[in-house]
Design a protein around this ligand. Structure first.
Ligand code: MN
Length: 241
């Protein structure tokens, strides 16, 4: 397991405690919050790794660093699955690109280990136990039906008790509405400052999208891969080549 909310994040503890009753679980997570760090990797600075309790490792790098250290340094054999999360807050639509949670899962898939990214669609009063039930269902499924190589599942869980979950929906990412994305305000000395992403994201609630599924009480599952090629445009783009 890893995350981008840090090794002491409450969600990580709930999911780890739930899973370690059933599986061997190793955690390698950033020492503090790295939300919005996306796919960053530490190339110019050293990274350190230390054990905070048995089977739980902190790292002073990014979520992607954690994946590398786990898979290339700590673990003597490859894990069956990497779970990133459960994140405090949704990772839907174009927000996927900022997400350290999703990036850690994508990096695992690039390194040949199947992975899921799990996020809870709320910023407070989380039902992380619901995310744990969702993760268990997916683990059971993936143990008999592994993911295709280099494909991850980006899972967004509505913030409700497990019994209120309507089911699972396969989705595509929604489009984000960038209203009031940059908030302008005055600091205590009267100088202007800006807060990027200051407001809660709003998504276009089209049928078939992650945000639509979550808004209707379904767990959203979007298969993703770290390949941004616009395949449908490959033959059509004409730029003189
Ligand atoms: Mn986060």
């Amino acid at each position: 397991m890893t995350n981008d909310d840090g090794v002491y994040a409450p969600g990580l503890k709930v999911l780890r405690d739930f899973l370690k009753e059933r599986f061997e679980v190793i955690v390698v997570a950033p020492q503090g919050e790295r939300t919005g760090i996306s796919h960053a990797i530490s190339l110019k600075d050293p990274v350190r790794l230390w054990e905070v309790e048995e089977g739980v490792w902190a790292c002073d790098g990014t979520p992607v660093d954690c994946v590398h250290l786990a898979l290339k340094v700590l673990l003597s054999e490859p894990p069956d699955l990497v779970i990133s999360g459960p994140n405090n807050g949704p990772n839907m639509g174009e927000e996927i690109f900022y997400s350290g949670t999703v990036a850690a899962a994508l990096e695992s898939s690039i390194l040949g280990i199947q992975a899921i990214a799990v996020s809870v669609a709320a910023r407070r009063d989380h039902f992380y136990e619901t995310a744990a039930q969702v993760a268990l269902k997916l683990i059971e499924k993936l143990s008999s039906n592994p993911l295709p190589p280099r494909v991850i599942l980006n899972v967004n869980v509505p913030n409700v008790p497990w019994e209120f979950i309507g089911g699972f929906k396969l989705t595509r990412p929604s489009r984000r509405v960038f209203n009031n994305y940059v908030v302008e305000a005055l600091d205590p000395r009267g100088a202007k400052f800006y807060w990027i992403g200051g407001k809660e994201p709003v998504f276009v609630l089209e049928e078939g999208t992650d945000a639509h599924a979550v808004a209707n009480g379904f767990v959203s599952i979007t298969p993703l891969r770290a390949d941004l090629t616009a395949y449908d445009e490959l033959e059509k783009i004409n730029c003189g080549v």
